[in-house]
Write a protein that binds this ligand. Structure first.
Ligand code: HEM
Length: 412
């Protein structure tokens, strides 16, 4: 018979604290040494700290459901809830469990094809080139506002077939959304963000209806053709929900891959110079960027029954936070984990895209966007450097490692 250990309680640690957000790694190392599971009463979350345990959770969907994955960390205020009730949102992929998840995932997987991505590559390459050309002759630039924030959104919008004239409006609607879901947004701002969520949803609804009447050459059109063949699997509302979630899924996460990754690549000028000299190093460098300071600090699951993780008993209904950023610094998995090493053998074993049945479907697109952008950057701005003494401030939220700005000297 195994005996289960008790779980330490974190009293002195606030994941929304500025010091933690700016550099979470020393505190995460302490949490890992305190135990595999640390309970945080203020958030009612069990933080999982070690690679093997997080992998176990990701691979066991029966015991660890995804229903809470995208729920607000703090409940929105009643006025915002009232605004949000205008749309009938349904669980979509990330927060769907059986039996809903499989048909929705099939619908996305069968239509987000390598052929579609191949068609997107030259468009992304040209788009990122235009953005880099716009700042390359100025002495300094902010890589967040001038590249990393707009580019991934445009990739998603192109994929879905949203008209280019609408992109600025759509991007503006996304402002502060992650603060509402994963942070503490003041009540006075919540209604405006909720109105934007509703506007975005209604826009997706109209886009899907429009594509039903007038097919184009995009993912939405393919999805609707699939729906026509599988009407019992994907309803009209499911199609809207898929379009809505794809439109949002790739934004903040890919933005963070760009900014966090470039932060460390440029801070390690030997690594940067190595890829300038040899672009074939880029794909593994992208994996190390995803490992070292992941775009997403961690992701949630909820237990469906009493169970054990890392020798600790967890009750049914326990909300788990799978701290990817901690798993990626677990020395049992990654030797010398605090070293940024673009030639690391197992860099690709990171969990940034999850693992198992919910593995991120957009991972090939995110990797493609980062690769073509790095190829453009090393060609157009080979002398890129970080501006010294900058804050690297992170937008205060529990999940997305989103930088406010990333200042660089272009070498112009
Ligand atoms: C660096 C960029 C990205 C990161 C770090 C990221 C990360 C993640 C993570 C952690 C999950 C949840 C995995 C789980 O629950 O086990 C996920 C799911 C998902 N992602 Fe991404 N993602 C990125 C880019 C994208 C892009 C560009 C798209 C769309 C084009 C996308 C679409 C999705 C979808 C549809 C799911 C749900 C899959 C499912 O639940 O079956 N992601 N992603």
């Amino acid at each position: 018979m195994t005996t289960s250990a008790s779980c330490p309680v974190a009293h002195d640690f606030d994941p929304l604290d500025d010091a933690f957000l700016t550099d979470p790694f020393p505190r995460l190392a302490e949490l890992r040494s305190e135990g595999p599971v640390v309970y945080h009463p203020d958030y009612d979350l069990y933080f999982l700290t070690r690679y093997d345990d997080i992998e176990q959770v990701l691979l066991d969907r029966d015991t660890f459901a995804a229903a809470n994955a995208s729920s607000p960390v703090f409940p929105p205020c009643p006025a915002a809830v009232k605004v949000l009730s205008a749309v009938k949102r349904v669980p979509t992929l990330t927060n769907a469990d059986p039996p809903r998840h499989a048909p929705m995932r099939r619908a996305v997987q069968n239509n987000l094809t390598p052929k579609r991505l191949t068609a997107l590559e030259p468009i992304m390459r040209a788009q990122s080139r235009r953005m880099i050309e716009a700042f390359k002759d100025s002495p300094t630039a902010d890589l967040v506002s001038q590249l990393a924030f707009p580019l991934p959104a445009y990739a998603g919008f192109t994929l879905l077939g949203f008209p280019e004239d609408d992109w600025e409006m759509l991007k503006a609607w996304c402002s502060k959304r992650i603060l509402m879901t994963y942070g503490r947004l003041p009540e006075e701002d919540q209604v405006a963000v909720a109105e934007n969520v509703v506007a975005f949803w209604k826009y997706c609804e109209e886009h899907v209806a429009h594509r039903e009447a007038e097919p184009g050459n995009d993912f939405t059109t393919d999805l609707l053709a699939w729906r026509a063949e599988h009407p019992d699997e994907v309803s009209f509302n499911d199609a809207v929900s898929i379009v809505y979630s794809i439109a949002l899924a790739g934004h903040d996460s890919t933005t963070n891959l760009f900014t966090n990754g470039l932060r460390y690549l440029l801070a390690n000028q030997d690594a940067w110079k190595a890829i300038v000299a040899d672009p074939s190093l880029i794909p593994n460098a992208v994996e190390e960027m995803l490992r070292f300071d992941p775009p997403i600090l961690g992701w949630r699951r909820i237990t469906t029954t009493e169970t054990e993780v890392g020798g600790v008993t967890l009750p049914k209904g326990a909300q788990l936070f799978m701290t990817f950023a901690s798993a990626h610094r677990d020395a049992d998995k990654f030797p010398e984990p605090d070293t940024f090493d673009i030639s690391r053998d197992n860099a690709r074993s990171h969990l940034s895209f999850g693992k198992g049945v919910h593995l991120c479907i957009g991972a090939p697109l995110a990797r493609l966007e980062m690769r073509v952008t790095l190829e453009n950057l090393i060609e157009l701005t080979p002398n890129l450097k970080l501006v010294d003494e900058q804050a690297f401030a992170i937008v205060p939220n529990l999940v997305f490692r989103q930088m406010e700005e990333l200042l660089v000297e272009t070498g112009a």
